[in-house]
Design a binder for this molecule. Sequence first.
Ligand code: 5GP
Ligand code: ZN
Length: 152
Amino acid sequence: MICERFDRPDMDDCIFCQIVAGDIPSRTVYEDATTMAFLDANPLAPGHTLVIPKDHHEHVQDIPAGVAGDVFATVHRLVAPVQDAAGAEASTVAFNNGEVAGQEVPHAHCHIIPRFTEDGSAPIHSIFGERPDLGDDELDDIADDIADGVSD
Ligand code: 5GP
Ligand code: ZN
């Protein structure tokens, strides 16, 4: 059977599609019909886990709604076992969504990174530089634009 995942050229070189296909080995910790989770090859902490949709979608917003729900269900399912296995008290759960935001593998993936007291890291807020000084009108406008852009 021809794997539909490899019908599009942008998937041919995708490392994560190759992991899903079994062509590249991974330390898989969970798999179901639409999602997969495996250890990050260059972990930021012991137990650093990636959760992906099995089909190739580059960005979070490209994932079909139903599969996006499946991805979050897998994240939700994995957080406690990842933290427990690492002996961690907390975790940073995050997507680098798009190249400008630091996404290096163009197949959407959620990082679950165990966190420890005094692990030398910081909150997500620390990756941002100077904060914009936004007035009430600008905040109202952008809130309206986002609300208007939400589709059912
Ligand atoms: P990004 O920067 O795109 O959010 O994160 C990509 C992640 O994928 C990195 O943390 C990197 O260590 C991980 N990674 C890259 N190539 C491989 C691979 O072949 N196998 C596994 N398990 N992880 C990988
Ligand atoms: Zn892919």
